[in-house]
Design a binder for this molecule. Sequence first.
Ligand SMILES: [Fe+2]
Ligand SMILES: [Fe+2]
Length: 382
Amino acid sequence: MRLNKILVNLGEGANLARDVGSRGDLRALASMLGPAFRGLVLQRGKGEALTSMKLDYAAAFDWRYRREFPAMARLYEAAKTSQWNASTDIDWSRTVDPDDAERPLLPDSFLPMAELPGFKNATPAERNKQVHSLLAWLLSQFLHGEQGALFAAAQVTEAVPWLDAKLYGSTQVVDEGRHVEVFHTYLTQKLGKLYDINDNLYVIIDALMTDSRWDVKFLGMQIMIEGLALGAFGTIRQLTGDPLLKDILRYVITDEARHVHYGVLALRNLYTHELSEKERREREDWAFEVALLLRNRFLVHEFYDEFYAHAMPRARWNQTVTDSGMMVFFRKTMFKRIIPNLKRIGLLSDRVRSRYEQAGLLGFEHGKAAPELTAEDLLDDR
Ligand SMILES: [Fe+2]
Ligand SMILES: [Fe+2]
């Protein structure tokens, strides 16, 4: 890795540490430091074929096979009847043409680079190439997130103490495997381009995979990343003109709705009745830090490196992306899905309310939480 790249990454790592440390959340800071070092400085996951992560958690066997969680059992039944086959239920014969003006991959008005000279003054072919790459970047992050979800679902299936939750978890493992399959197929067969994992996404995935507490895995994956995914999938489904991608996202969103519901069911009792107040606060701080990471740090740097690094400093690019129509829309749909669920599981107490308010995220607190949401609500997201 070139020295200047290391320095830029170190700077970003220090910003992250300063953000977290400045609020005095030492436990949250400690749990993020290892993942941040591996993701931002060592750039794990980039340019390597395999990354191996050391894990440390306990699998819980239930020899009594108690079926004592009826709401979870109902979710398991719903999941069994909602399975689909990615290779036969989707019509993969359709072609995807980035130059088809009738069916633009993404509309110009939402692009973060729409107002930049490097886009405005480019030829139509060059503009289409950038849009194609931007979509490939976004979907590559979905793919990497789905791989994280596949492993996290397997982990929580082992670690969760209730049999009904283990049975449900087994269906999520299948769901996430199918999501890896569809995004990988679309990226490699239809777009022909695949990007490495974004370093901030790596940090979050590493943090929840390597945490030994099973509920933190649930919190990180089922509530935070799945919330992000629902927002992002809904956004792209609304925006894209490609019918094949719309179809894929409709199927995936329907599955993800169950996954967030699973997280809320598993954590609600634990956080509101079983954890000590100190332990609950630690989760509350951790969730807030991850919310800020999700809000602030998906700045499409791999795309910037390819198309805009020669033309503008990274700080200006960051501002451009943060203010863009796509990111504004995306933040809205993402937090509309995350905040009501945090409230439902007891992680939005008066103690952190003002922090969320300062970050501009409290407006979503009266939205529907996962147990009330239907797949239709999610597909209608705007
Ligand atoms: Fe998924
Ligand atoms: Fe999921």
